[in-house]
Design a protein around this ligand. Sequence first.
Ligand code: SAM
Length: 361
Amino acid sequence: MTALSFKGKEFVYNHHLAVPFRPLVPHPDKGVGQASLDGNLIIQGDNLHALKALLPYYAGKVDCIFIDPPYNTGNEGWSYNDNVNAPMIREWLNNNPIGIEDGLRHDKWCAMMWPRLRLLRELLADDGLIFVTLDDNEQHRFRLLMDEVFGDVNYVAAAAWQKRTSPDARKNLSPAYDYVTVYAKEITKGKLSLNKMPLAAGRIDEYRNPDDDHRGEWASVDLTGQTGHATADQFYEIELPSGRKIQPPEGRCWALAQETFNRLVADERIWFGVTGDNRPRLKKFLSESEGATIWTWWPYEECGTNEKAAQALREVMGQPITFDNPKPVQLIDRIISLATDQNALILDSFAGSGTTAHLPA
Ligand SMILES: C[S@@+](CC[C@H](N)C(=O)[O-])C[C@H]1O[C@@H](n2cnc3c(N)ncnc32)[C@H](O)[C@@H]1O
């Protein structure tokens, strides 16, 4: 497998094992209700220590991890602080925060991420998923880190989240989206099953009921298919209600075998148009819809923008906010709805303004 090499890799490779276990100390005065380590938790501190402290309670139990690490733009002010037992890495501590001039900026970022990704993997359940937001500063290095820590077979996809609604005039080619990269802990792509999403309002508007069907509103889909994998019983003549007889269009077959087609006609699930003379289409009822399959384009109308997230944060916290580019609640909602069902265990170890905790229960 192609592996990423970065300065310090040999020193951080097993650093997660050397990180001491530190106890989680409840602060009842900062919490709501009874302080309890097995309830919802906000942990203050370096996330390397926090992740290690969570291991005894949550190893192999977390259903969904969302992380939004520093993008390593060179002006976020993040610091490399890990107590790695190697002189070269100890020297790095003198050059914090990591600025744009730092020639080892990318090595330090990889060295910071490596032990955290190792611990996150240990915390994830066997059928769990991890979602990670980044941009072009580190996305390509991150993919290689993940291929090594999680295994390239566990890569699921990288969605493009449209983070803004218009170009940034200060940029030459203004980025419109961030990546939301998804890896599974164990499951291969074949077994992966993400939840469907509720249909968007625009899609629901496409459902009508021109034949007053008792099952309610429906939308129709094409009933022809490609001939590549077609079987003989997908080529047959159909007599339309108007009496006209038709074959599949040139180079196409019917999507359904004749027996299935006849059964659906009998159940009034095939639409031949108002006059009964159109090529047949399949009726899909809104009441039977399982929701929409999500693809890797996540537009701002569905997942919000950084600007909207900052606005929402200002409404909660008052002006001015000290967090750059917070993530919108809608984005985290999309991730959690895709990956989990009720009562899931969710972890965000670069919480920033705490968007993940903002989600309604
Ligand atoms: C990109 S921001 C996350 C923003 C967050 N998703 C939000 O919606 O506000 C990255 C966050 O990680 C925090 N961070 C960086 N290094 C950290 C560390 N070692 N331990 C804990 N948090 C860290 C930063 O302070 C920053 O708030």
